[in-house]
Design a protein around this ligand. Structure first.
Ligand code: HEC
Length: 131
């Protein structure tokens, strides 16, 4: 009789990793980025960001293996003011916060596009509770 209990316990341990809850837990671990309401300039900012920055900084600023996420407290406006986005696009950025390497300048992006990109990033940061 005792052996049956031990066997049942062992079976439970083997079976538990495939219980359906494991998928739901995995989803919780990768937090979903909240997209702000995209009106006018924010929409233009998203499009320009998608063309020039998302390749490394990720769609919705979530980061990739080539560049850091902007939804990180390092890029809070108090730490990286709007001007640092213009500087990074015009002159590039030396790697200093992360291990992705240097950022090359992005010469094709224009000032009006950068203005919209910064608006989009700040709106994303706000929508995701950074400030
Ligand atoms: C080819 C990849 C790549 C692209 C494209 C790219 N970045 Fe970057 N960016 C990086 C990397 C790498 C860093 C360096 C992070 C570090 O170590 O501080 C960086 C850093 C930055 C920083 C922080 C600079 C600082 O002063 O610390 C800003 C702001 C920034 N990028 C804005 C942009 C904007 C805006 C665009 C689009 C116009 C863009 N990046 C496109 C890779 C990229």
């Amino acid at each position: 009789m005792r052996r049956i209990f031990i066997l049942a316990g062992a079976l439970f341990l083997v079976a538990s990793p495939v219980l359906p809850t494991s998928g739901a837990q995995a989803e919780e671990k990768a937090p979903k980025i909240v997209e702000p309401k995209l009106t006018g300039k924010l929409m233009l900012g998203k499009l320009a960001f998608g063309s020039y920055c998302a390749e490394c900084h990720g769609e919705q600023g979530g980061g990739t293996d080539k560049g850091p996420p902007f939804l990180h407290r390092v890029y809070h406006p108090g730490h990286h003011a709007d001007g640092s986005f213009y500087r990074a696009a015009k002159s590039g950025a030396r790697a200093h916060h992360w291990k992705f390497g240097d950022m090359a300048p992005v010469p094709k992006v224009t000032d009006p596009q950068l203005e919209n990109i910064v608006k989009y990033i700040r709106a994303l940061q706000q929508a995701n509770g950074l400030f």
